[in-house]
Design a protein around this ligand. Sequence first.
Ligand SMILES: N[C@@H](CCC(=O)N[C@@H](CS)C(=O)NCC(=O)O)C(=O)O
Length: 202
Amino acid sequence: MKIYHVKGTRSVRVIWLCEELGLPYEVETIDFSPAFRSTAAWRAKSPTGKVPVMEDDGFVMFESGAMVQYVLDRYGNAGLRPEPGTPSSARFLQWCWFAEATFARPLGDIIHHTVFKPEAERIPAVVVDARGRALTCLDAVNETVTTNSYLLGDDFSAADIMMGYTLMLAKRVGVLADDHAPANAYYERLQVRAGFRIAMDA
Ligand SMILES: N[C@@H](CCC(=O)N[C@@H](CS)C(=O)NCC(=O)O)C(=O)O
């Protein structure tokens, strides 16, 4: 597997998963500039110019959550996810999707309207609204990890890898703060994992 990577971006999820599963992988660090990401060569791999991209076995794919799912299906050997078709698997899928499709979305809005966009195009009201939506998502995670060590209970799963990256974003933009003690403690449990640290340093 070849992972096209930029430090601190969603490719962290795929590297972290490979580390947790002990799988071999290759990292190619790419230029995150808009100029590079709009080249025809990069758009051929990632039609919207985003990161990450993964290549394996002669095909190319985008979307970090889909990569996580694929790696688990193909190489995971039943580790880090419940058996498909079971209630625990439903719960697992729920949190994987929630991490990216629901929680990361308002965080992305905050980042776009505070960092990425030129100042003249930033809309403060979007940031206020997105912060509210992100806090509602954080509350849901906070409640779950008040009684559970991890999203699915006592055992770490790839859903925690999906959420770990999202919580890193939440921390970065100040949504995850000290007032959510269980979520902070959960994020601490994730951060001390060797796979997380290796992926964040990559
Ligand atoms: N849902 C996508 C999101 C990809 C994404 O937004 N990647 C960020 C880096 S973590 C990016 O490329 N941002 C640049 C942009 O949005 O133009 C995934 O999980 O792969």
